[in-house]
Every structure is written in structure tokens, then in C-alpha cells.
Design a binder for this molecule. Structure first.
Ligand code: NAD
Length: 480
């Protein structure tokens, strides 16, 4: 019997939507269909795949309002839902350019033997499984799918079961384009559907928690297929004594609380030079108190609901643990139930330390714990005292001072004198360090290249002399 999954509305708390999880049989059928279409798709010149993806972009633009309103219901966010669709549209153009560059004719590679000529083929993984999370449901569903399609792979996508309302609109866009629907399928389901997808695929792209990432890495390893993993974070911000305190407070407030803190690159820990810590906290609290909940009108206010009940529980646990261990709540701090949704105002904590969960585990909520440091060495040591290594931010009086700290941080991206710049500059290559991920960059040109294997074609000139034992003429070997 098909498994039905009820979906909670984050603004009302009511389960008002249902999906049916694709089972292993459905995944196998989708796999067969996609594999049947993929060979012809990959054999096309890249320009023809680009043309199809551009048609897809136009279909998304035509259905923008419908997608945005479905994302609003999924996430309780209006402004960000529009941004998600626009980011995907811009991302398609960028990926098309990377695909063009990837497939551009390359100069022949030099070889040590003038009689041997080297060339190469690019061979796409036939079927890529993409499994995505709930925090940016639309953007993270397509961030890997689009480059994989451009590379020549077929894609089987499963968005999160927490935020699936946009799936019918996305499918409608795919189905408008017969060339695309043969190689791109979107299924609904939970972890069991995701697990079946890994059994079917030749490569897997996963965005989600470290916990699930470990399970996926093990399943992919058992099948000897690559897993591109983009996982959680506990991003630090460092504010030195020379920084513009007001500017740093504004950026950190935004970077910690945008999307209710539901962003992998949210700033989740703040380290401030003791010389300016008092002024920083005072400024941060004043600014935090001006940020409003997007309730009752979701178009008015900045902080939407906590999207899942489980995340609200984690946030509550981290707050309770911190307070029990001596943290001081400077503003915010109580989870509110409004109209059935769960909200938390920007919450600033001081007197925190690394024994607290809020300083070590991913909170994924609008909490800003602030800790003082003495000197750059201590700031770096505190920032690196974590299992995560996604990104970070450094605020200092000069870019040189900030960069001298940035070079010492064990993370894949550092924003200097701003927060979360990786979200705004997606064309720049970056890797995730430590438990935050594994595999080639999904930003920049590798976003397409990582789905391609290179087959070397090494051709010996038929007319030239042959080495080694050919024709029994061992003297040729000596002449060489
Ligand atoms: P999650 O790990 O709970 O679920 C993610 C996806 O995995 C869902 O689609 C889920 O159905 C699927 N899944 C669960 N178990 C599975 C299994 N055994 N096999 C296959 N698929 C399975 O994560 P989430 O709570 O949806 O997302 C939040 C997490 O994602 C946070 O940790 C956040 O930091 C991370 N994230 C990382 C990035 C990044 O780029 N590094 C971006 C966004 C979110």
C-alpha cells in the first residue's frame, strides 16, 4: 500500500497537505524510463541541452506566481519565496555558461611521446539522484539538478517531505518540455524513497543534515558511487577591536536571523574582541529589538515561523541548555505560538561557552550567542573548535587584518566585513570542510564538471616507429 505522508503548515501548525511516498518499485520504473532517455540526451551537442534548459527557465518564469504561493505555504515566507525562484532562474543562466565552457573544444594535451596524441571524452554519470532539504525547498532542489542535466545526466529528484507543495508546479514546468521530461523526474517521498533512489543511481547529490549525510555516504560507498554532500554548519563570526561595530552588528543580525535562522550558512556563533564586546552587544540588542515577526501578516515583518516542529524542539532544547548552564538572554529567548505557528524573535545570548549545545551543535534558529575573546589567536582557536567547516565571517578595520584571520579558518568560504556572501556570489568555487560536506564544489565551473568523467583517448601514430617488442625490432627501443 502506498505510504501517505501528512505535511504540516508552518503558519497554522495544521497538517493540511498530503503526499504519497514513491516506493522502490516506482523508483525502479522511473530509473528505467530515465536511463532509456539519457543516452540520446548525453549524445546531443551541449548547445541543444542548453536550449532545453532555457525553455525550462521560461516555463518557471511563466509559473512564478504559482510556485511562489506554493513555497509560501511550504515555508511561511513571502519575500524569500520570490527570491528562491529568481535565484533558480539566474542559476540556470549561470550553469548554461559553465556547461558551454566545460564542453568547449580543448587544446590537445601534450604527451612525452611525439608519436602519441592525447584527446578525451567527457562521459556523464547516466543517472544522478538529487535529495534536498526543507530550508530553501525550491532552490536546493534545483541547484544540483540543473548542472547535472546540462552535463548530460538524467536526474531523479526528491525534495523534502516537509515542504513538498511546490512539486506539482515544478513537475508541470518539466512536463511542458517533452525533451526534458524524458530525463528529469521529480518524486515525492521521505527517507525511504531517498534510500531507494541511491540504489538506483550512478551518483548522488545530497543537501541536508550531517546525520543523514553519514547514512547516504555509507550507502553510496557500498555501491561505489560518488556522493556529493552539502551538510550542516555552525558558522562563526569574528569581530576584531578595529571593526565598525555598528556595521558588524547589522550584518551579523541579518546573517543569523534571516529565514528564521534556517540557513546552512547562518552565523551561529559570534566572537568579539573583549575591547568592543560591550558596545557590540548593546548595538546588536538594540537592532534585534527592531526586527519584527512576519505575523499576523506574512508580508509585514522579517522573521517567519520555524518551519518544522522538530526544528522548533531543537531550538528550544539549545536555549534551555544554554540558560541552564549560565547563559544570559539579552533579548528574545521565548518561543511563541501564534496562530498555530511557532516563532522565535531574534535572540541574543551572552555569557556563553563551548560546553553549551548552542555553541557546538547546529541550532538552525534565530539565535545569536556572543562570546568575548582576547587576541586573534584565541578568536581563531574558538572559531575552529568545531566539527563543522562550512563558512565564516570576519569583521575588522581593514580587509588585510580580516584576511589574516580568514586564512587561518578551517572553512570553505569566508565573508569579510559582511555575512553570508556565498549566497550572493554563487559563481565562486568553494568546498565544504570537515563534517559540512564532501566532494567537488557545486559553485562555479565544477558545478557541471563534477558530473562528468574524463575518458582519455591515446592514439599512436600508425606510421611512426613503435617502441618495446613491436615487430621484434628491439633496436627501435634502444634508439628511443
Ligand atoms: P535531513 O537530513 O533531515 O533531510 C534531507 C533530505 O534527506 C530529505 O529529503 C529527506 O527525506 C532525505 N532523507 C532522510 N533520510 C534519508 C535516507 N536514509 N536516505 C536518503 N534520503 C534521506 O535534512 P533537513 O532537516 O531537511 O535539512 C536541514 C539540514 O540541511 C541542515 O543541517 C542544514 O544545515 C543542511 N543544509 C546544508 C546546505 C549546504 O549547502 N551545506 C544547504 C541547506 C541545508
Amino acid at each position: 500500500m502506498t505510504k501517505k505522508i501528512s505535511v504540516r503548515n508552518p503558519r497554522t501548525g495544521v497538517a493540511d497537505y498530503t503526499i504519497e511516498a514513491a516506493d522502490a518499485g516506482e523508483i525502479r520504473r522511473a530509473e528505467q524510463r530515465l536511463r532509456a532517455g539519457q543516452a540520446e540526451w548525453a549524445a546531443r551537442p551541449v548547445e541543444r541541452r542548453i536550449a532545453v534548459l532555457r525553455e525550462f527557465k521560461e516555463a518557471l518564469i511563466r509559473r512564478r506566481d504559482e510556485i511562489v504561493s506554493r513555497l509560501e505555504a511550504d515555508t511561511g515566507r513571502r519575500w524569500v519565496s520570490g527570491l528562491e525562484v529568481d535565484a533558480v532562474v539566474g542559476g540556470i543562466d549561470r550553469a548554461c555558461q559553465f556547461a558551454e565552457e566545460t564542453f568547449a573544444p580543448a587544446a590537445p594535451a601534450p604527451t612525452p611521446d611525439p608519436e602519441v596524441h592525447a584527446a578525451g571524452d567527457l562521459v556523464a554519470y547516466p543517472l544522478v539522484a538529487v535529495i534536498s532539504p526543507w530550508n530553501f525547498p525550491f532552490q536546493l532542489a534545483l541547484i544540483d539538478a540543473v548542472p547535472a542535466l546540462l552535463a548530460g545526466s538524467a536526474v531523479l529528484l526528491k525534495p523534502s517531505e516537509m515542504t513538498p507543495r511546490f512539486i506539482p508546479a515544478l513537475r508541470a514546468c518539466v512536463e511542458e518540455i517533452p525533451d526534458l521530461s524524458g530525463v528529469f523526474a521529480v518524486v515525492e517521498g521521505d527517507g525511504s524513497t531517498g534510500a531507494a533512489m541511491i540504489e538506483a543511481a550512478d551518483a548522488v547529490c545530497f543537501t541536508g543534515s550531517v546525520q543523514t549525510g553519514r547514512v547516504i555516504a555509507a550507502a553510496a560507498a557500498a555501491r561505489f558511487i560518488p556522493a556529493f554532500l552539502e551538510l550542516g554548519g555552525k558558522d562563526p563570526a569574528i569581530v576584531t577591536a578595529s571593526a565598525d561595530v555598528d556595521g558588524a552588528a547589522s550584518a551579523i543580525l541579518w546573517g543569523s536571523t534571516i529565514n528564521s535562522g534556517h540557513s546552512c550558512m547562518s552565523l551561529e556563533r559570534v566572537y568579539v574582541d573583549r575591547l568592543v564586546a560591550g558596545a557590540f552587544v548593546e548595538t546588536l540588542v538594540a537592532k534585534a529589538e527592531r526586527v519584527r515577526l512576519a505575523y499576523p501578516d506574512l508580508a509585514d515583518g522579517q522573521i517567519g515561523p520555524i518551519i518544522t516542529a522538530a526544528q522548533a524542539e531543537t531550538i528550544r532544547e539549545h536555549l534551555d541548555d544554554a540558560v541552564a548552564k549560565g547563559a544570559r538572554v539579552r533579548t528574545g529567548g521565548s518561543i511563541e505560538i501564534l496562530g498555530g505557528g511557532t516563532y522565535l524573535r531574534p535572540t541574543v545570548l551572552t555569557e556563553v561557552d563551548h560546553t553549551m549545545r548552542v555553541m557546538c551543535e547546529e541550532t538552525f534558529g534565530p539565535i545569536i550567542p556572543v562570546m568575548a575573546f582576547d587576541g586573534a589567536d584565541e578568536a581563531v582557536a574558538l572559531a575552529n573548535d568545531t566539527d563543522f567547516g562550512l563558512s565564516a565571517a570576519v569583521f575588522a578595520g581593514t580587509a588585510d587584518e580580516a584576511l589574516s584571520i580568514a586564512h587561518r579558518l578551517e572553512v570553505g568560504a569566508v565573508s569579510v566585513n559582511d555575512a553570508c556572501l556565498t549566497g550572493m556570489v554563487p559563481a565562486v568555487e568553494k568546498n565544504s570542510f570537515k563534517l559540512s560536506g564532501l566532494g567537488a564544489s557545486r559553485m562555479g565551473p565544477p558545478s557541471v564538471r563534477r558530473f562528468l568523467r574524463r575518458r582519455a583517448l591515446l592514439v599512436r601514430d600508425a606510421a611512426g616507429p613503435r617502441p618495446w617488442y613491436y615487430d621484434g625490432a628491439s633496436s627501435q627501443t634502444e634508439e628511443r
